[in-house]
Design a protein around this ligand. Structure first.
Ligand SMILES: [Zn+2]
Length: 196
């Protein structure tokens, strides 16, 4: 039998990092996960953000896939900035700071032996375009490497088969990576301007 639902205050403490060791241990040792855990988790998350769009999934500390007023599934920051269609890598709409030289990398790496090697790697910091300029993600990759698309969730399958509560706007088209359409539009724009 599934366990009793976990109290939402406890979920909130788990998110905040204020949960006591005893409670955390108790949750870890639950015999079965409770069936409403995802909905309760989303309900708690929903109270942490200042907007009303329905959260479909949390991507990281600050980013969510939401259903907005226009019934589009978009990536949205806790601050309210939208990054557009969730099938497009949200990082392509961030501000990006790239650390290329050893000196720039050593500003954020300590101890130094863990530092990437300039020339072979670069550090990309993805920053929200909001006034708070929150850092949303960091990737360390070879120079020229495509921007890493961390997660394209199959929301329809998750809601239908895992939660048993299908989303109303199900479509096979929701589960496709459209990031290359964004970069292709940049290329088209570049060639437009170079022809002028
Ligand atoms: Zn933001």
């Amino acid at each position: 039998m599934p366990s009793q639902p976990v109290d939402q205050n406890l979920i909130r403490q788990l998110l905040d990092g204020t949960i006591s060791r005893d409670d955390a241990e108790r949750l870890l040792k639950m015999e079965r996960k409770d069936a409403e855990r995802f909905e309760n988790y989303i309900a708690v998350l929903q109270r942490t953000v200042p907007w009303k769009d329905r959260i479909l999934l949390r991507l990281n500390d600050k980013l969510f896939v939401v259903l907005n007023d226009n019934q589009q599934r978009v990536v949205k920051c806790a601050c309210g900035v939208e990054f557009g269609d969730y099938r497009e890598n949200w990082k392509l709409k961030c501000r990006v700071r790239v650390r290329k030289t050893q000196e720039q990398m050593l500003e954020v790496y300590d101890p130094a032996p863990g530092c990437p090697e300039a020339g072979w790697q670069e550090v990309r910091e993805f920053i929200c375009p909001c006034p708070q300029a929150a850092q949303m993600a960091v990737e360390v990759v070879p120079p020229g490497y495509p921007v890493v698309f961390e997660m394209l969730p199959d929301l329809d399958t998750f809601y239908r088969e895992v939660l048993g509560k299908p989303l109303l706007d199900q479509s096979p088209q929701w589960y496709e990576d459209r990031s290359t359409q964004v970069t292709a539009s940049w290329a088209a724009h570049d060639s437009d301007t170079s022809e002028q």
